[in-house]
Design a binder for this molecule. Structure first.
Ligand code: ZN
Ligand code: ZN
Length: 294
């Protein structure tokens, strides 16, 4: 029996629909759900200040992201940069196309670089832990590694986030070696990528219903469960007020935080698939092709 941590309606962050499928969580933070994955827009639409795209959805999401961006920020305002929480195919699917379209820098943690500059593919998804989302998305598995090498920049050493004043990036590995989360202390706002998610991803039923729950990283692509737990403990210790994750609705408030601590403190029982941890060989830099996804 898997332990689950359901979230109530009152745990969902209120959002305002602003057109083109975009939901605003805060005046300067909005997202659009692309099929099963969220892409995030940071920046105030009404000002001349720049804006930033965080993650890029599936390979089929390119046009919808451009349309949503133009709707929110105007036709003549490309983003200042694209930031990546990590490089999995459901977050980096439209990355090459968008980097080309806007010709802007792409920031990521150095440990994700091999997966973003064409050097390596991720280890294979673990089929034994339930791959609902993976099965659903199998036609979209990448055929070759992502390569945005010419636009790729490391996140600054000092923890600051380019074009996002007041934010810091946190290294939250486990689900991916260079996975990062973004944190704004002033209003305790957290962009958590897939370090935690707020809906189950392991069965097609869960993916279709998107029932809100506090959930560890998607199981099928998480190679390092010890690191994943340390990351969740670190995020819980921040006591976030609002969280938007890579999958599922944005959440907020005290009951949500209680569930997050439950997840962090009982991570092995709740998040880690039975019979694990398993350790996959990290993908080798230098390896080309992408047999692992076939
Ligand atoms: Zn992921
Ligand atoms: Zn994901």
């Amino acid at each position: 029996m898997t332990v689950q941590l359901p979230l109530e309606k009152s745990d969902l962050a209120p959002t305002a629909e602003t057109g083109s499928g975009i939901s605003a969580i805060l005046p300067d933070l909005a997202f659009r759900r692309m099929s099963i994955v969220n892409v995030i827009f940071y920046g105030e639409p009404a000002t001349d200040a720049g804006w930033v795209l965080i993650d890029t959805g599936l390979s089929t999401s390119r046009q919808a992201i451009i349309e949503a961006a133009e709707r929110r920020f105007g036709r003549t305002r490309p983003p200042s940069a694209i930031l990546m929480t990590h490089g999995h195919f459901d977050h980096a699917g439209s990355l090459e196309a968008l980097a080309q379209h806007w010709d802007v820098p792409v920031y990521a943690h150095r440990m994700e670089f091999p997966y973003l500059n064409g050097q390596a593919s991720y280890p294979p998804a673990d089929p034994l832990v339930g791959g609902g989302a993976m099965a659903l998305l199998s036609p979209l598995y990448p055929r070759s590694p992502v390569d945005v090498g010419q636009w790729l920049q490391p996140l600054p050493q000092d923890g600051s986030v380019p074009f996002m004043p007041g934010w810091t990036w946190l290294h939250t590995p486990g689900h991916a070696p260079g996975h990062v989360s973004f944190w704004r202390a002033a209003d305790r706002c957290l962009i958590a990528g897939d370090a935690i998610v707020t809906t189950g991803q392991e069965s097609i039923y869960e993916v279709m219903t998107q029932r809100p729950e506090m959930h560890g990283p998607p199981r099928y692509l998480t190679p390092d469960w010890d690191a994943a737990q340390r990351s969740v403990l670190e995020l819980a210790a921040l006591e976030p007020e609002v969280i938007i994750t890579g999958h599922g609705p944005p959440v907020r408030g005290a009951n949500m935080r209680a569930r997050l601590h439950q997840l962090a403190d009982n991570f092995r029982e709740i998040a880690v698939p039975a019979g694990r941890p398993y350790a996959l060989d990290p993908a080798k830099p230098g390896k080309r092709g992408n047999d692992t996804y076939r």
